[in-house]
Design a protein around this ligand. Structure first.
Ligand SMILES: [Ca+2]
Ligand SMILES: [Ca+2]
Length: 424
């Protein structure tokens, strides 16, 4: 792993990563076809390090993210914690967000690496000069209707997830609570996972945002375990906009093996539809095609969820219709005379129906049969069905409590050892 990281860091330096100044160019695709279409816009915010050691770690994360951005490709705008141009970082964040295109289909990835604090009321991301609060960040993002990915790679970040949640917001927080205040390692592992082929759980040659999240969180847990330290950061993901994060441990590869006790939808589907560095198949699809495919996958999930309340013939007809539409996106040349979809005794994934390896199609489908046949661990090894697993600590009851923790910060009491930031 270290060799891989060194290679990436070396590559990043060798390629002399371009720094794009506050005004990000219009990311519309190059009509000449000489340059590949941008896959996202990235805003990387590096917080106040507090010490040289943290500055080095944040710098590594930055290099890895910039290397991933080159592979995407994606223009990167970096707000580093310095005052070289005289504008405080907090104001730079407001200025840059004000300049950015608020709508369209191209996702905006906002990645924060640094330290955070929470005093029971306000959650803050630490910057030189005045910090930025979750409420201020929410306000600055108010105008954005385009897909926004937020990677909250800092301590005490969970209240940001709660405050910033909304339609087409895909939010990853390093912690499950504002009271997890120790230094967070998540951002560094997330940056590494963007480029690590081992994160590709479903082996489709691209790391979805969900896969990257799950893999990074696992790396964090492994780190604490290897150090014989108590795990003081538990990552959450919210991609259905309800402000309730799903814990990383709920995922086996890209599938969830647990359901929220109160019946609310678990997250993951949307995050598995987003990739920073697409495989060749995904790269061929326009943003409009991807949007249509993503909507169809959502429809499919809903249909499956309501299978028991749907008459069998109607269910089969709707299933066929969705699969045909998805097939048309991947194989437009065959759309004139699509092959009829055979009736299946059980609902299969669109991957098997259409013969594509496209991402997201099987994402996080809670269908036990589909999960049984498709489940893979983040390391790609086959995995038994959730019901066959020994107790892995993902009991719905406990997990639902965990979810509630993120949603209701005020109900949680600070732990005695979390008051001060701890270094690595
Ligand atoms: Ca993948
Ligand atoms: Ca959620």
């Amino acid at each position: 792993m270290m060799r891989f990281v060194q290679f990436i860091l070396g590559l990043s330096i060798a390629l002399s990563v371009p720094r794009i100044a506050p005004a990000i160019p219009d990311p519309a695709s190059d009509p000449s076809g000489d340059n590949p279409s941008p896959q996202a816009e990235i805003l990387l915010i590096v917080g106040a390090p507090g010490s040289e050691r943290f500055a080095a770690v944040f710098g590594e994360a930055r290099q890895l993210i910039e290397a991933a951005a080159i592979s995407a490709p994606a223009p990167v705008n970096v707000i580093q914690d310095d005052l070289t141009d005289g504008t405080p970082p907090r104001q730079q964040i407001f200025d840059v967000l004000k300049e950015m295109k608020p709508d369209g289909l191209l996702p905006l990835w906002i990645i924060l690496t640094g330290h955070g604090t929470f005093d029971g009321v306000d959650a803050k991301f630490n910057l030189r000069g005045e910090d930025i609060t979750s409420k201020e960040f929410k306000e600055a993002l108010q105008r954005f209707t385009r897909p926004v990915v937020l990677v909250l790679g800092f301590s005490a970040s969970a209240p940001f997830l709660t405050d910033l949640a909304g339609p087409d917001r895909i939010i990853l927080s390093a912690t499950k609570s504002g009271y997890e205040m120790n230094y967070s390692h998540f951002a560094r592992y997330f940056a590494e996972a963007l480029l690590d082929p081992d994160a590709d759980a479903d082996r489709d040659e691209q790391n979805s945002l969900l896969e990257t999240f799950v893999f990074a969180a696992k790396q964090v847990r492994d780190f604490y375990e290897s150090e014989n330290r108590l795990l003081t950061e538990n990552a959450l993901i919210d991609d259905n906009g309800d402000g309730r994060g799903t814990p990383a441990e709920w995922f086996n590869g890209v599938f969830t093996s647990s359901e929220a006790e109160d019946g609310t939808e678990v997250d993951g589907l949307r995050a598995h539809q987003l990739v920073l560095i697409p495989n060749e198949i995904e790269r061929q699809l326009s943003l409009e095609d991807r949007q249509l495919r993503n909507d169809l996958e959502k429809e499919l999930r809903l249909l499956r969820k309501n299978k028991d309340q749907t008459p069998p013939e109607s269910y089969r007809r709707q299933l066929e219709q969705i699969f045909r539409q998805i097939a048309r996106i991947y194989y437009p040349e065959k759309s004139q005379d699509p092959e009829p979809v055979e009736e299946q005794p059980s609902d299969q994934t669109p991957q098997s129906e259409t013969g594509t390896d496209a991402p997201g199609e099987t994402a996080n489908d809670a269908d036990p049969q589909a999960a049984e046949s498709k489940n893979v661990n983040p390391d790609g090894t086959a995995q038994s069905s959730p019901s066959d697993e020994p107790d892995s600590g993902r009991q719905p009851q406990a997990e639902t409590e965990t979810e509630t923790e993120a949603a209701d910060e005020s109900s949680e009491q600070p732990s005695s050892d979390s008051a001060k930031e701890e270094d690595q």
